[in-house]
Every structure is written in C-alpha cells, then in structure tokens.
Ligand binder design. Structure first.
Ligand code: ADP
Length: 577
C-alpha cells in the first residue's frame, strides 16, 4: 500500500462546477430554467455560462477577483453561480434589501472588480457607487465595472454603464473551455452574514466545501432526479443553501421568481408542478394566511426544506395540512448553509401528529459530509450529556465550514476553538442523538440564575390561536436581573378585530402552558416584528426596546410595568414597519 502515490491521476479537485458539465451532457434537452415566459435547457444554460465566463476573462477578470451581484432570483443570478467560478473568480451575491450605504461598504470591503445590477436595483446601485467614489478619493481602480441585468422577458432599457448582461453573453465564446480547478480549497464564493448579531462579515466558501455541502443536502433532503425547484429562498442567502449547484446536480428545473409573494409562490407551484422549495419559517405564515384569490390547490405534495430560524411546531402542522411536506434543517452562513437536518425516521410515522411536529421542530443530526457536530461547555470544551436538558454551545467540524472571514484574521481565529467552529447557538442533545437549539447565546434570558430559552417560549406562544408572530427577549428586572418580554403580532378574529387580545390573556395562557418562572413579565403588541431580508426577526431591535421597560415586582406574582420616555419613540418606530 505504501508504494502507491498518495494521490495520482485520480486526483481531481472537488467542485460543484462539474455538476453543470454533467447536466449538459446527460440532460441537455431538459428544461433548466423557467422564468415567466423564458425557458432554457441545460445545454443552453451550459453554453450561456461558458459565454459569460469567457466574457468575464476578456474584461480582465483574474483568479480570485470578486464579482458582486445585486439581483433577485432571476436566471442571470443562477447562471452566475457557475459562470463566475468558471472564470476563476469569486461570486459575491449581495443581499437585495441592503441600502446604498451597506452596498457601498461591501463593495469596498470585497474589492469587487465587476458589479452586476438588476435593473430594479439601479437606483440603490447608483447611490452606492457615488458613495464608493467619494470614499475612494475618485480612484477609479477601486470602482467596479458595472453591468446592468435588464429584464429578460420585457427589457426596460435601464442602463448604468456601457454594458448589459445579455450583451456580455452574446459577446462570449460558446466553445470556451474553463480551466480546471487545481486546488479544491480555492474560494468559490463570498457571502456576507446578515448581521443579525454583529457587523456583516465576509464568509469565504471553498469549491470543496460547496461541493460536499451540495451533495449532503441533495441526499439529506432525498432530492431525486428531475426535481422542479421553486426559488422562494433568496439565492443570495448562502448561495440558496447550495441548491443553485444542487438543482444542476439532479438535472432539475429552476423556477425563478422575482418576488416571494403568496400569489407568485402558489401560481408557480400550480403552473410548473413544483416538487421542491426552500424557505425560512416566516414564509409559512405567508402561505398559511394567503387570501383565497392568492391560492392554488396543492395537488401533489411539495417538499419544503426550512431553516434559518426555529419553525414553531404549530405552524409545521398547518403547512402539512396545506400539502407541503416539511423537512427541517439548521445552519448558518459560516457552514455553507445547512449543517444539520432533522432526518425523519420511519418509526415516527405512527406517532400522533403533534408528537411528530415536536420531533420535526428539533434541528436534527449532522449532514452526511460534515465530520462532526457536538454541544459543548464552551469553557471546558467537554461534551454535554445526551439528556435533552443540559445546554451548551453547538460546535461543528468539517470541510463545509468556511475558510474564514475575508480580511479579518482576528474574527476568524475567534470563531474556532480546538478545531471546532463555534456557532454561537445554544442547544441540547436528546437521548436519541438529535440536537435541539434553545437559543442564540446572546438571546438566552438569564432570570434569577435560571436560563430561559426564548425559542421554547416562542414555540408555546405560537400555539395560541391568535398569535401570528412571536419573539421573546430579555428585559431588565429589578429582582431577577432579566425576565422575558414577549413581542407579538396577532391575527384578526372572525370580525376583523385584533385588539381584543390582551396582555392578561397571553400571560394567563402562558401560565397554563409553561413553568411560572418562564412566563413573560410583559407582553407588547406590534403590527409586525422587525425582520432581516432573510426572514430573521431582528431581536437586537426588540432588545433595545425592552431595555426601556422597567419592571418591578410588587408581590410574588404581580408586576408593575413602568415605561421610560424612550419607549414611545421605539414603539413608534416599530409600528412604522
Ligand atoms: P446571521 O447569523 O447573520 O443571522 P445566518 O443566516 O448565518 O445569518 O444565521 C444563522 C443563525 O440562524 C444560526 O446561528 C441560528 O441562530 C439561526 N438558525 C438557523 N437555522 C435555524 C433553525 N433551524 N432553528 C433555529 N435557529 C436557526
């Protein structure tokens, strides 16, 4: 054995780019992309990507240069997931809801050489470039080349420079053969964290990590050949949890949509017989609450992969009732999207529906290609017992974990300890080895020395028939240090009235369903909760508001809610959302 070379002719770098080449050779005539009236086949997609890659090279794009994109889920966004790395460059998909200042900051930080902008985002991009120019002291080498992506179905003619995306495709060489990836650890994409807990950081994925994650998710979700995949999850979010590459791996059809509305989701499911979609749990509410004219009946089950935030067990049941079959995953930008999947076991099929929903609400077990997942005491790095009770930090190891944060060695080294990536999430491991998240470490509420999981409390609140959205954060408390404060958006009753639900109703409901120390000491009703573009509730905003509440205890069970002057200002800000 020892005489054989460590790796010889069999050494080929792992990269998801091979999925496109394979789709072209075996699924050439199958539909690759549908976007309103536009259709492409896999052979056309392959050719368009080769053309685009060759055009990028002729624009002087070099290995490891960053190419940024600000666009919704349109065909061009999909194509760039292959074309940009085929040119040796690194794809940076920007969050389409960022404002000009943030876009400018990320363009500057990433040193993007080319900036693709969908025609709808031209005003934001124009302002971002103005800010970038001002900041770069008019140094043109720091300003990316801008290319507008016009609507492929009905071109608008909007421009922000000389070139348009389709022109670049036409100019490109259809026979271009991309250089083979030599090192699978080379960067393939750069994804900025959404900044729920801190400033956005630039997470760098490798070809190897992206390849392995894609395979894991295709397997973990049991995605067979020829799926019809609806793009309800933004492609800018962790490269669409790797399904940008994954749909090519299965020779599937990508159904692109510009807007994630109930109408567009139901309409496209019905029109194209969608079999799979991914979304944050927040989309469940959009689908469940859709008005009759927005709905289409789901005639065969649609597989839904959800994650990014805890899906309340009560919503899981409602989704299944509508015809969606939900699989639950957990992950984060730094782990190339999902790192755990709640793999379903056949023996659970015979359990009552609510027990099934509770099992499914757990975050699950490691995806196949991750080396290890654990929950540890972060000081001693000792694993917690598998008792479903002892909390610790969720830690991950394996090739799908990011290479590091771009230009931030300090944050990169802080993110790892003893070879483990520290997620910043707090969880438990159940006796069957399934992991359940209890909170982000920053969100745990410590009341009188007792840890209260906001996730647990929220899942009870979602069980209340009138609760539409719930978020619980810590609020200062004179006696307990911190106590839970619940922010709720409620749904209307049959008469279209919302304000008949009171704080006392909610507190009484919680007292029935929770240990008393966990019951929120204050309930605040808002029109809707503040969210990031990826559907995460922005708890830092709610925490800031809760800090203005001063709760003092009078008797053991009664509280006085006093409010400081800042409070009205914050409530006003929230009601404008
Ligand atoms: P950001 O950290 O900037 O919000 P991410 O998209 O990387 O951006 O968010 C990852 C975080 O989302 C995880 O650390 C975790 O707190 C939360 N999360 C992801 N999936 C789940 C899930 N299935 N259940 C509960 N929380 C989740």
């Amino acid at each position: 054995m020892d005489q054989l070379p460590k790796c010889g002719a069999n050494h080929v770098a792992l990269t998801p780019l091979t999925f496109l080449k394979r789709a072209n050779s075996v699924y050439a005539t199958r539909t690759s992309i549908i976007y309103e009236n536009t259709r492409f086949t896999w052979s056309q997609t392959y050719q368009r990507c080769r053309r685009l890659a060759s055009s990028l090279l002729s624009l002087n794009i070099h290995k490891n240069n960053v190419v940024s994109v600000l666009a919704p889920n349109i065909p061009a966004m999909y194509e760039m997931h292959f074309a940009v790395p085929m040119a040796g460059a690194v794809l940076n998909t920007l969050n389409a809801r960022l404002d000009a200042k943030n876009v400018a900051t990320l363009l500057r930080h990433s040193e993007a050489k080319v900036f693709f902008v969908d025609y709808q985002y031209v005003p934001v991009a124009r302002e971002a470039l103005r800010l970038l120019m001002a900041h770069s002291q008019q140094n043109p080498s720091l300003i990316p080349l801008v290319i507008v992506i016009d609507d492929i179905d009905s071109p608008t003619g909007v421009r922000l420079g000389e070139l348009e995306y389709e022109q670049l495709i036409q100019m490109g060489d259809p026979k271009f053969v991309p250089a083979e990836i030599q090192d699978e650890w080379d960067p393939i994409s750069l994804n900025y964290t959404s900044g729920t807990t801190s400033e956005p950081k630039g997470v760098v994925y490798s070809h190897r990590g992206a390849y392995l994650s894609t395979l894991s998710l295709v397997l973990g979700w049991q995605m067979g050949v020829e799926p019809v995949y609806l793009w309800s999850l933004p492609m800018f979010h962790c490269n669409g949890w790797t399904f940008t590459w994954g749909v090519a791996a299965r020779g599937g059809t990508n159904v692109c949509i510009r807007n994630t509305t109930a109408y567009d989701i139901y309409r496209n499911i019905a029109a194209h017989k969608v079999t799979h979609l991914c979304c944050a749990p927040i989309i469940f509410n959009i689908l469940i609450e859709a008005k009759p004219h927005e709905r289409h009946e789901i005639t065969s089950p649609v597989q839904v992969l959800t994650g990014g935030a805890p899906p309340p067990a009560s919503l899981l049941g409602k989704m299944e009732f509508l015809g969606f079959h939900v699989t639950h995953a957990y992950g984060l930008t730094e782990a190339t999207g999902p790192a755990l999947v709640c793999e379903w076991q056949a023996k659970w099929n015979s359990l009552p529906r609510d027990s099934q929903a509770r099992l499914k609400a757990r975050q699950g077990i490691s995806i196949l290609t991750l080396a290890d997942v654990d929950v540890k005491n972060i000081e001693s790095m000792e694993s917690v017992p598998h008792d479903g009770k002892t909390m610790g930090e969720i830690v991950l190891r394996g090739s799908s974990i990011m290479k590091g944060y771009l230009k931030d060695p300090e944050a990169t080294s802080k993110a790892f300890k003893d070879g483990w990536f520290i997620t910043g999430d707090v969880g438990v491991i159940h006796t069957d080895g399934y992991l359940e998240i209890k909170d982000r470490s920053k969100d745990v509420i410590i009341s009188g020395g007792e840890n209260i999981s906001s996730v647990e409390l929220e899942s009870v609140l979602y069980g209340h028939p009138r609760v539409l959205e719930a978020a619980v954060v810590a609020m200062p408390h004179t006696r307990w240090g911190e106590s839970p404060c619940a922010f709720l958006a409620v749904r209307e009753n049959e008469c279209g009235v919302k304000d008949d639900v009171t704080e006392a109703d909610i507190i009484a409901y919680c007292r029935k369903n929770l240990p008393h120390f966990m019951v929120p000491k204050k309930v605040e009703f808002v029109a809707q909760l503040p969210k990031t573009s990826t559907g995460k509730i922005q708890k830092f905003q709610l925490r800031a508001l809760a800090k203005t509440f001063q709760v003092t205890e009078t008797k053991s069970t009664e509280v006085n809610n006093q409010v400081t002057p800042d409070h009205d200002h914050h409530i006003l800000a929230l009601s404008r959302l």
